[in-house]
Structures are given as structure tokens and as C-alpha cells.
Ligand binder design. Structure first.
Ligand SMILES: NC(=O)c1ccc[n+]([C@@H]2O[C@H](COP(=O)([O-])OP(=O)(O)OC[C@H]3O[C@@H](n4cnc5c(N)ncnc54)[C@H](OP(=O)(O)O)[C@@H]3O)[C@@H](O)[C@H]2O)c1
Length: 323
């Protein structure tokens, strides 16, 4: 049996319950790809599950949803991809009753072929890994709100993993007439650089002081109980945190699909849409606990990414290192 390294936990708790250990390299099912993971990204769901005994997970759990890597084998029913293809995706289909026990913080993972897309050539593995969960979430909110081109949008939390993409989508895809986003003082210029027309420094200005009212309040931080005040009377309020803190806000989740990523590829290739990676990243695979510590501060600017995964401790991956 071929073995690999993966981060895992066997009990709920803080980041210190994470351990690096040996796991069998999985065998792809007929509709699955075996991927050598180059980069992964962390999402709040990864630590929220780890901290929540009510999640009823089957241990051991290898956390991680997002990855970018290379196809090294495939099941008999897969026709869309071949060995050597560079792909990216969110490997966890949240609509299923159980998540995969082997998440993306592993050197080798298996994933259904309909959950991944070919990685654009001009996008690095780190950039590609940073995108799936955040962009799938960002897009879903616009759909759930039935946001129309030319509408105005107020984004609560424009600097985070999801928010930094919502700002870009509002401008590039939805041609919003007015894009306003909130952030703290040190990130105002950064959020402007993503395409926001106006940035509200929430340390200095409260919602009540915002003059305009918006067609859509897109709340990425779970503050809809307060942020709704900038909504027009007939406007929508989207909250991506569960449960929304305002009963009038509409919760928006995500659809996990490779097709969504495929449709975005032209925008990534042309540079119209950019992956946003926090300046502390990439973290080396050996520093996953440190990376979680940073994400868990809630202050990340864009995404927290892990790199050098497939090359870490390569000597233990007999047979796969040189493929
Ligand atoms: N519904 C879904 O399917 C789904 C999917 C993905 C994520 N989520 C949830 O959505 C939330 C955001 O996820 P994420 O990946 O974007 O998190 P994240 O990257 O950790 O967000 C960090 C950002 O939040 C900003 N922030 C924190 N407090 C703020 C405030 N009061 N006002 C404005 N900005 C604030 C921070 O900016 P400052 O430092 O400037 O404050 C920081 O840049 C999480 O709760 C996550 O669990 C839900």
C-alpha cells in the first residue's frame, strides 16, 4: 500500500489537535480522479467543523476543501480529464450527508470529476487553490439575491476570502452602478484596488452614517442584524453566515461544481478576475497549524494558502514522487 502524509484530527478542539501523520494513498472510484495536491487553501468551515462536537464527524478527519494539483490516475468512467492535467476545485460536496474523511490537506486526494476544472495556465497552483469555496460562495449570493446588472451593492467585509471576490464580481460581472464595501483602516486602499467605488472604514463610520441606500446588502461577516439599515426599502439582504443574525436576511450557501470554475477560467486568464492571497501566504505544508492560527484571527486579507504539499517529506511517497 502506498502511503502519504496528511494533516488530521481525531477529537474536536483548537488547532493544536491537528497532527501530521501517514495515510494510505486512496484509490479512485469509477467517477473519480486521483490528484497529487500541490496547494490547498483554508476556509473558516475547516476550523468551525473542528471546533464543533455537534458536527458529528467520523474520525480521523483530514480537513480541507480547496486544492489545486495534478491528475495522476482516474477511474474508468472519467473521460473529461487525463493523467498530467492540472486541475483545481473544492473536493467537498456539502450537499451530501457525509463529507469525505480525506480532505485537501493531504498529498494525494480523490475527487469526483464533476467537482474540478482545468487550471488556467497563467494561474499558479496557489492562486487556483485559493478560489473554489470562496468564489462558489461569492457567486451564489448574487444568484440568490437575483441581483441585476447595474444595481447597487453594499458589501459588508470587502477584504476577506469571500468579500474580496464579491467586490470584484460586483464590478466585473454585474457591472454594478455603485460598489461600496466595508473594512478596517489598514485595508481601505486594498479594497479600493479590488474595484470598490467607495470604501467605508467601519472603525470610523457606522451603517447609520452611510448616506446611500442599496439594492443589495451582501453581508459576508454575519452582521445583517445591523447592516440591513443601508438596504433600500425593497432591497435584498444576503447573509452567508448561519444562522443569519437578521430574520429578514436571506441565507446563501454555495453550489460545489467544476462547471462554475470552468466558466470563470476566461476571466482568470484575462486577468479580469484575480485570486487574492494574503501576504502571509503561502504557508509551507509543515506550517498548517500556524496557518490556521492566522485564519482564525479573522483578519486575513484574501485567502490563506498552503503550498509545497506534494514535495513535503517526499521520501515517504514511494512510487509517486517522480510521476
Ligand atoms: N455560506 C457559505 O456557504 C459560506 C462559504 C464560505 C464562507 N462562509 C462564511 O463566511 C464568513 C466569511 O468567510 P471568509 O472566508 O471570507 O472569512 P475570512 O477570510 O476569514 O474573513 C476575514 C475578513 O473579515 C473582515 N472582517 C472581520 N470583521 C469585520 C467587520 N466588522 N467589518 C468588516 N469586515 C470585517 C476582516 O477585515 P478587517 O481586518 O478589516 O476587519 C478580514 O479581512 C465566515 O463566517 C465563513 O464561515 C460561508
Amino acid at each position: 500500500m502506498k502511503m502519504q502524509k496528511a494533516w488530521f484530527y481525531e477529537e474536536y478542539g483548537p488547532k493544536e489537535v491537528l497532527k501530521l501523520g501517514d495515510f494510505p494513498v486512496p484509490v479512485p472510484q469509477p467517477n473519480q480522479l486521483l490528484i497529487r495536491v500541490h496547494s490547498a487553501a483554508l476556509n473558516p468551515i475547516d476550523f468551525k467543523l473542528r471546533q464543533n462536537p455537534l458536527a458529528l464527524l467520523d474520525f480521523p478527519v483530514v480537513p480541507g476543501c480547496d486544492m489545486a494539483g495534478t491528475v495522476i490516475a482516474k477511474g474508468q468512467n472519467v473521460t473529461k480529464f487525463k493523467s498530467g492535467d492540472e486541475v483545481y476545485g473544492n473536493i467537498q460536496n456539502f450537499k451530501l450527508e457525509k463529507l469525505k474523511q480525506l480532505g485537501s490537506l493531504a498529498q494525494f486526494i480523490v475527487v469526483e470529476d464533476n467537482l474540478v476544472a482545468i487550471k488556467p495556465k497563467n494561474v499558479s497552483f496557489e492562486e487556483a487553490a485559493s478560489l473554489p469555496v470562496a468564489i462558489q460562495t461569492a457567486i451564489e449570493g448574487f444568484k440568490v439575491a437575483n441581483f441585476k446588472e447595474g444595481g447597487s451593492i453594499f458589501i459588508v467585509g470587502g477584504a476577506g476570502g469571500v468579500g474580496s471576490l464579491v467586490v470584484q464580481l460586483a464590478k466585473q460581472f454585474y457591472k454594478a452602478s455603485l460598489v461600496t464595501a466595508t473594512t478596517s483602516t489598514g485595508k481601505v486602499d486594498f479594497v479600493k484596488s479590488l474595484g470598490a467605488d467607495k470604501v467605508v472604514d467601519y472603525t470610523k463610520t457606522c451603517y447609520e452614517q452611510v448616506v446611500e441606500k442599496y439594492d443589495l446588502v451582501y453581508d459576508t461577516i454575519g452582521d445583517s442584524k445591523n447592516s440591513y439599515v443601508v438596504s433600500k426599502e425593497n432591497g435584498r439582504v444576503i447573509d452567508i453566515t448561519w444562522p443569519p443574525s437578521n430574520s429578514k436576511a436571506i441565507y446563501s450557501g454555495l453550489t460545489v461544481s467544476g462547471e462554475i470554475l470552468e466558466n470563470l477560467n476566461p476571466y482568470l486568464e484575462s486577468g479580469k478576475l484575480k485570486a487574492v492571497i494574503d501576504s502571509t501566504s503561502p504557508f509551507h505544508f509543515n506550517n498548517v497549524i500556524k496557518a490556521f492560527g492566522y485564519l482564525e484571527t479573522g483578519r486575513a486579507r484574501g485567502k490563506v494558502v498552503i503550498s509545497s504539499i506534494s514535495s513535503a517529506s517526499c521520501d515517504i511517497i514511494n512510487g509517486f514522487c517522480n510521476t
